[in-house]
Write a new protein. Structure first.
Length: 287
């Protein structure tokens, strides 16, 4: 089982120190949340049952790839994830270039979490149609994967249209591992057909085995071998709870072994000493 940390759960002034210490202690990854812009009068929520945004519009938001490239230069082994990147808000050239740069400078330590977004007003602020975002995201993913793997790329689609281009350097990992965020049928389809991982937001642990089986069927139907890695956030921080998650199909748990930011460094050290050795080698079940 992989154990990571969501940096969005601690104040940004600690991100560098926390990431360095997580790298030293043997955590697998750190993840940064992402938005392009936060409208003042935003509505809605990605969390089922909530009717207002989970974050205020004045919360500090950083360019994830710029920040993660900086963290890559401070570390040796830890991986870097986006939780999740709103891929449809940018042109695929911009997305592919930023993600490839992180993968190159980190030596292949990128975990690219992407989503179709939930914040209608963010799309409207950029001047894009929120209601067609699913098709736009699918097309953007396809273009990025081609840029990362093919020598010459030409594309004429619904949202993007360009003649032959070349794209170098390629990511170290080839097509980057895509972790698809979201809970609906479209997110599950993407996770199975083009993704390597799935990041649910509104699923209880007891629902995971059913989704593991569903993803396996979808992946088999798409002719793709292997499994989909499930990343679950802010759950258990004890060894028994984490092993139970792994038994039910969770491949990566993002833990928060602290109650306030000032306790975060000591918390991850204590967790690394007491819990990490008990769960890091625990096998992941198939649901």
């Amino acid at each position: 089982m992989k154990i990571g940390i969501s940096l969005g759960m601690v104040r940004p002034s600690l991100w560098v120190e926390l990431t360095r210490e997580a790298d030293r202690c043997g955590y697998e990854s750190v993840w940064i949340p992402e938005h392009l812009v936060l409208p003042v009068h935003a509505t809605g929520s990605p969390h089922r049952g909530a009717d207002h945004p989970p974050i205020p519009p004045d919360i500090p938001v950083f360019d994830v790839f710029g920040y993660l490239c900086y963290l890559a230069g401070q570390t040796e082994q830890i991986h870097f994830g986006t939780q999740v990147y709103n891929i449809g808000l940018r042109h695929p050239f911009v997305v592919a270039r930023a993600a490839a740069t992180l993968d190159v400078v980190s030596g292949g330590r990128t975990e690219f979490g992407i989503g179709a977004s939930w914040l209608r007003q963010e799309w409207e602020a950029v001047g894009l149609d929120f209601d067609t975002r699913g098709r736009r995201v699918d097309e953007a993913i396809g273009v990025c994967r081609r840029l990362w793997t093919e020598e010459v790329v030409e594309h004429h689609g619904e949202f993007f249209d360009f003649g032959p281009v070349m794209f170098e350097p390629k990511p170290v990992q080839g097509p980057l591992p895509l972790h698809i965020g979201g809970d609906g049928p479209a997110a599950l389809r993407r996770a199975a057909t083009v993704g390597d991982g799935w990041i649910p937001m509104n699923h209880a642990l007891e629902q995971i085995p059913e989704r593991v089986a569903q993803l396996a069927r979808l992946r088999q139907d798409a002719g793709r071998p292997g499994t989909v890695e499930i990343t679950l956030g802010a759950g258990a921080t004890d060894a028994d709870g984490l092993r139970r998650q792994a038994d039910m199909g969770v491949g990566r748990a993002l833990v928060k072994p602290w109650s306030s930011s000032k306790e975060a460094i000591d918390g991850i050290r204590r967790f690394a000493d007491e819990v990490l050795p008990q769960v890091r080698d625990h096998p992941v079940g198939t649901g």
